[in-house]
Every structure is written in C-alpha cells, then in structure tokens.
Design a protein around this ligand. Structure first.
Ligand SMILES: [Zn+2]
Length: 300
C-alpha cells in the first residue's frame, strides 16, 4: 500500500521544473536597473568589462508576470499533493547560493529545479508543516554550471489562531454611576441614597425622583435579596457569556431592585421570591460585578 509519506518521498530526485531558458541574455540595461535599484555603486558592474551582480542570478531566469508555459508539470503535481495533506500555505525559509563563475553580458542562462528532500511533518510556529528542499542549477549555453541554489520552503497547515479573550461588554460608566462600579470593584454593593429625604434609588442618577434633591450619599447593602423576575436568554449569543444565561431582577432587602445575572442554579431551579445572596464576579481586570445565587443552606 502506498502511504501519503511514500507518495511525497517519491518526489525526491524528481525534476520539479524542467530546464527553462532565461527570456533574455545577460545584458547591461538590466544590470544598470538592478544596481540603481539596489544602490550598489561597485564600478565592476558597469565598467569596461561589465559583470552581473551575483545576486541577480534568480532575476535572469524568472518567469514574467504573464505565464508563458501552461505546462502542468511536477511542480503543480507536488503542490496538489501537499494540499491534499492540508499543507495549503507556503513560506520561503532559506536560500543558499553557490557561484561557480561570474556571469557576464551575452551569457544565456537556464535553470532547472530538482527536489532534494521533503521532510517529515514538523511542528512550527506557523503550524504543522513539511520543509521542501530543492536545488536550482543555473547553466550557461555551453551547459556549464554557473551557480546552484538550494531553496527551502515550508509548506504548512495554517495554525488555528488562538481564540482571543472576549471581554464582557463594558458598562456605560459616567459621572452619575461611576461610584457604583468603583464600589463593585471593591466587592461592595452600594445603593444610592437621597441626602435629604433618605430615599434609596437604583439605578444611580443625579436627582432624587421623590424630592428632586441633587444631594446624595450611599449605603452599603447587605447583599441579600429575593428573585423578583428573570429571563433565560439563549439568543443572540455574545462570546463573553455562557448560555443559557440567567438574567434576573433581584429585589434587595433594602428595597431597590437591580438587574443582574444568576449563578449557582439552573433555570428549572428558579422560583420567583426565592432568597438570593450576592457573589462577586471578577469578569476581567477592569470589571467586577455583583451576581446572585440561591442562599445556601446554613452549615451547622
Ligand atoms: Zn430625596
């Protein structure tokens, strides 16, 4: 039986890209554009006997932007086999060039690429993949080797991005309600109180709805209350919450009500009027909120 690894291994030594002539012979105008673009002022390149920069080797034999041969060769076959294994992404990892002689105007180069090896699957920071090592051989028109290039790419299965921590939606904090969230961060449940008529109110606001006074202070709540009403939310889902999500109106023993989440119970365990007590939810570094759970039986 031929395994996937056998099929990949069968590529070792195969010609990946048939010998392909450079579209143009080595020439001074291309050398000039290259050294200008690279900012390389070495006088040898454009002197009386010009020499092509060694780093131009690949440039002479590159295919143009428009594909000139539609041959579905070994290269396409290998790419398809790698994709079959899930290795759909590619990144070049390294290239080693060996120069046998200098290249000069008039040389007509060609390149052939042969597979050297395909590694076993490796774990990499990009994902699991295989290193494909090939050797490109550059020859002149007399078949003399002018350079070789070992070329390694990693064909990999893109790693799933790590799920980002999704934070609870931020409460809309303003000057009127900031005290309440500050107290919550200290795990204190407070209720706003009118400084004149002493009426308690929640949610926080600037003005007493009973006597219209703007003077206020707070009292610390006991953290005990009863279930006034609730809903069980299934949709729409926000990634910061667990579902089904129990959303309740809790009537505090002090008399005000607040909207909160319930914990420590499932929906079918809830009864309107049941006794609840506060528990602190440290949602994230910046947000601590009161949630309520059924009062636990007293320990004796
Ligand atoms: Zn008042």
């Amino acid at each position: 039986m031929t395994t996937y690894d056998d099929r990949l291994a069968a590529f070792s030594g195969r010609v990946l890209v048939e010998r392909r002539p450079a579209p143009d012979p080595v020439n001074v105008p291309m050398i000039r554009q290259w050294v200008e673009a690279m900012g390389d002022a070495n006088p040898r390149y454009l002197g009386e006997q010009p020499v092509a920069p060694a780093s131009m080797m690949q440039a002479w034999t590159m295919r143009g932007y428009a594909p000139t041969d539609a041959s579905a060769g070994a290269f396409e076959e290998l790419v398809a086999l790698l994709e079959e294994g899930g290795y759909t992404s590619v990144v070049a990892t390294d290239s080693e060039l060996d120069f046998h002689r200098e290249v000069v105007p008039g040389d007509h180069l060609s390149v052939e690429e042969v597979v050297e090896s395909i590694s076993a699957e490796k774990r990499t920071g990009l994902g699991a993949g295989r290193f494909v090592s090939t050797l490109k051989t550059y020859r002149d028109s007399a078949d003399e080797v002018v350079a070789t290039q070992r070329w390694r790419t990693l064909r990999f299965r893109p790693a799933e991005p790590a799920p980002e921590a999704v934070l609870r939606p931020r409460p809309a904090i303003n000057l009127d309600n900031e005290f309440w969230f500050t107290a919550a961060r200290e795990e204190r449940l407070v209720v706003q109180r009118c400084a004149d008529c002493k009426a308690l109110r929640h949610p926080p606001g600037p003005c007493c709805p009973d006597c219209t006074s703007f003077a206020w202070d707070t009292v610390e709540a006991s953290g005990r209350g009863t279930l006034y009403s609730y809903v069980v939310a299934h949709h729409p889902r926000h990634p910061a919450f667990d579902y089904p999500l129990l959303i309740a109106v809790v009537e505090l023993d002090e008399g005000t009500r607040l909207i909160t989440n319930l914990t420590g119970a499932t929906a079918d365990e809830l009864t309107v009027g049941m006794a609840l007590e506060v528990e602190w939810l440290r949602a994230d570094a910046d947000l601590t909120l009161p949630v309520f759970r059924p009062v636990r039986p007293r320990e004796h």
